[in-house]
Unconditional design. Sequence first.
Length: 240
Amino acid sequence: MAPLDVDDPHRLALRDELICAYLPFARRLARRFSGRGESLDDLTQVATVGLIKSVDRFDINRGIPFANFAGPTVVGELKRHFRDKGWSVRVSRRMQELHLEISRAFTDLAQELGRSVLVSDVATRLRIDEEEVLAGLECGSAYATRSLNSAVGTDDGGIELGELIGEPDDQIESLADRQALHQLIKELPQREQRILSLRFFGNLTQSEIADQVGISQMHVSRLLSQTLATLRERLLTDPA
């Protein structure tokens, strides 16, 4: 809210207007954490706290859209709420096994098809509904938390998960609405879809992806960053 003084009445009025305007935004993010033993009202209160913090810390001179700035803060507040309370998501054994089958199917299909693997491809391979595939992918985040220092792929350079992600992707990692994400991915150009699939489902390194796609490793890195940024922005700004 810079550069107006903290006690400036115009600043206080703008602050209240901004909070009110983005309350639906906070509620949308809160809904994506529902189903974990907390009421939506409680989660909305937590998200609102994160929204208020975002408004108070926001500096318009940085040239960052407010939604892009507020999203990680609100999500972080929600995550901290669950972490402090010690709640976790219980995943049935059947869903755990389904998640492992889906992960293997994505890896196998990425190598067999030589293109981006769609949810429909996995559903056909496993003879299950697409909704079951999405549910299996979602439950993976509940029980398979991995260290950012864990190795990914078989690259001799020792690529770690933290390097694969680049900058924090709290928005994408925490979103429960996988169907919305899947739809956005389907709207990406075919090459970007394939790169995402090879990277995150095929566990290939950027160098290996570059060889398969026929571009440089630097180009792969740039496309990954741009694509993730596009998904983050659209997940935060598109109507729920």
